[in-house]
Structures are given as structure tokens and as C-alpha cells.
Design a protein around this ligand. Sequence first.
Ligand code: LLP
Length: 436
Amino acid sequence: MDSFEHRDGQYYAEGVALEALAREVGTPAYVYSASTIRGHVARLREAFADLDPLICYAAKANGNLAVLTLIAEAGCGFDIVSGGELARVLRAGADPGKIVFSGVGKTAAEMEAAILAGVLVFNVESEPELELLGEVATRVGRPAGVAIRVNPDVDPKTHRYITTGKRENKFGVDLARGEVLARRAIAHKQLRLRGIQCHIGSQITEVTPYAQAVERTRDLALRLKPDAPDLEYLDMGGGYGIYYRAADAPALVDYAAAVRPIVKGCGLRLVLEPGRLIVGNAGVMLTTVLYNKQSGAKRFVIVDAGMNDLIRPSLYEGYHRIWPTRGPPPPPLGSEGGEAPADIVGPVCESADFLAIDRPLPPVEPGDVLAVMSVGAYAAVMGSNYNDRLRPPEVLVDGDRFAVVRERESIEDLMRMERPAAAYRTLGASSGETVS
Ligand code: LLP
């Protein structure tokens, strides 16, 4: 479901015409729909209603403060993976008691900040991490909630770069070691074992792997429960697929139906960590055609957005629908239409800089604005300044109004953090003592 619609010959985000918006804020620009984001949270709640899950939105998918605020206002908690994300979600109004802290490489400083903020649990992924967490909790004199992240060795059947639940992936610990770690947490004075967690991958379009992973995770939790008075959460992670190319992602009710028989009545509250599902189809990227170029039989459309603004096609062979914001309506979801195919490429000096390869596209002229669909997740957050390109603005649309919720960067922003090498110093000298 999304609120981007082609009507009367042009694309709209809710009540805002995208071409006119592009003229006003410039391109490239990311445009998010508030009602789509709210709608996804509501539909997720509805699908899982009888299980009353704790929904912890994965902030890594889209961390814009205005987006996070919308999601916090909808009552969600957050899944975070760094001290930066912790600060960000707190600034957006997150309830610390609904924050889960994931990631294989948390530092002592990040642990301390999160304990002091009062996060619900750390999703612990290794023995040394558990040990360090125990030390930090002891030092700051506050208990830390723990969920053990297990790797259930299930193939989620998604792209190999976003598979996390197989034995050869760096994430989690196997079930046997998970039990050992959990018992260590139970025995520790300053640690509270509150959950068992798994996350098997991202953009998963089959429900069966979830059922397998959740069942294995639940069985471990139930084995531990008699000895773990604080154990109350069963966290099945995120990864729910969305439509990019066709209507091929399962309906939310199908995910719920797969796990309901495993979870219902087991005495543990379900935690969900959706990222893409909430924001993925709630964003488009607007980009202007710079040039048409024909090279033999090959048609190139060169646009002003590149792999630094949307890396998913280059990195994961990600597919994003692309269509002019004005003109004929796009082909229905799942078909590409019969127009002449083009490689839609950006200005970055890399052959991997493309938004689409051999994609049917109506004739376009320099100055035309294209909409790149389904870029609400893992687009702006994965952006870079490569080739000294300015990061685009982010715009949030709500009804027939919009707000620029991140400005376009300026040339000055690009160099703000840099210094001339005028003040060399020797190791150990304070930054004030310069050595000439
Ligand atoms: N929980 C954990 C522990 C995660 O590692 C992730 C995503 C999520 C939840 C949220 O997954 P989601 O519901 O969004 O699939 N950049 C890649 C996706 C990387 C996902 C990383 N972890 C992409 O653009 O496809």
C-alpha cells in the first residue's frame, strides 16, 4: 500500500504534485508520505492484533528525525544499532523502555549510554559482548536487559548480502551456545535475561523461513523459562518483504498466520523489528533528466541522481520502478510496458552507477522529472558524498502540504569537517601544543 498515485497525467504524493514539488525543492530529492507510514504501522498492528506485539521500528531503514517522530507518535518502539541511532531516536521522542539495541559490534561507550538511557534490552550476539555488557552494567551500577540473538540456521531465500540467519553469517550464536549464554546472563547479578531474539534476513518474501526460525527460537526460550524469571519477549526480528517490482511480497496477515500457532499462548510477548515494511514504499526519489545519449544500440538516460543517492541497484541488484512524473500512466505493477529500454544512469564516475538497466521508459527530454519508486528504506541513510555530490533534501508530505525535513547540503557542508594540515603534533601532546 502507498499514497503515490498517477492521476490526470501526473504523479502525486498524497495531494502534492511531484513535478511541481521538484521545481520548488530541486532535484535530486527524497519525498516521503506520512499517511503511508502511518498506514503501514496501523496495518501491521491489525494483522498481528491478537498477538499484541511490541513493534520496534528498525531505525536504520530511514532515520530522518521527522520520520522517526511520526513512528514514535504511532506508539512504536525502536530497534537501534549504534550510539548515533540511540541519540536520534531519543531526540525523536522514543520511549526508552521500548528500545532494543541490536548489532554485533557494540562498544563499551555505546552500552553505557544505552544503559543510562534505560533501553529495554541489548540483543547480545557473542560471549565477549555479554561479558563486556556485564562489566559495564556493574560499573554504572544499573542492571541491563539482555536478549540473546540466536542464529537458527534457516535460509530466508533472499539476496546473499542481506541474509543473516544462516550458520555462515556473522550474526547471532547457534542455538546450543545461545542456551549457554542465556544461562550466563541469568546467573549474572547485573544482567536480566528478558528475551530471545532472531533476525534471519531482509526483504524476505516467503513466510515458511519465519515459521522455522521462530519455532526454534521459541523452543529455546521455553527451555530457559523455568529458570529465567524475567524472560518475557520472543523477538522475531524484521525482514518482511515489500513490493518493488510486482505485488510479490506476502500480505501482512500471511506473516502473522505463519507465526501465530507457534507464538500464541506460549507465555512470551512477540517483538517485531520491521524497517523496510514501514517506510520502503513510503518514499520516492525525484531526479531530473540531464541528457539522452545513444551508444550503438544502447540507450542511456543520464539523470542527476546517482549511486551515492541510491546504492541498492548497484549493491544488491535492487529493482526500483522508475517513471516520468508527467505523461502517460505507468504500466501496472508487475509489468514494464513496451517502451524502448534504457539504462538510467547517474553522473558518478563508476560503471556501477546506475538506477536501472535495460528498463522500458517512454521518450524523455532533458528537464523532465522522473520518480524512482520504493526508496523510503535504505536510500537516504545509505547515501554518501562520493564524487563530492551534495546529499539531497528529504521532504515529508502530509495531505496536500509538505515540509522539507532535511535541507540539501551545501558546498560548505562538504568541507566543514576538514582542516589544513598546519598544526602537526606528536603522539601524546595535547591538541593545543603544536610542534613546528
Ligand atoms: N532487525 C535487525 C537486527 C536487522 O539487522 C535489520 C536489518 C532489521 C531488523 C530490519 O530489517 P527490515 O525489516 O528492514 O528488512 N540495506 C539493505 C537491507 C539491510 C538490512 C539490515 N538489517 C537493503 O537495502 O536491502
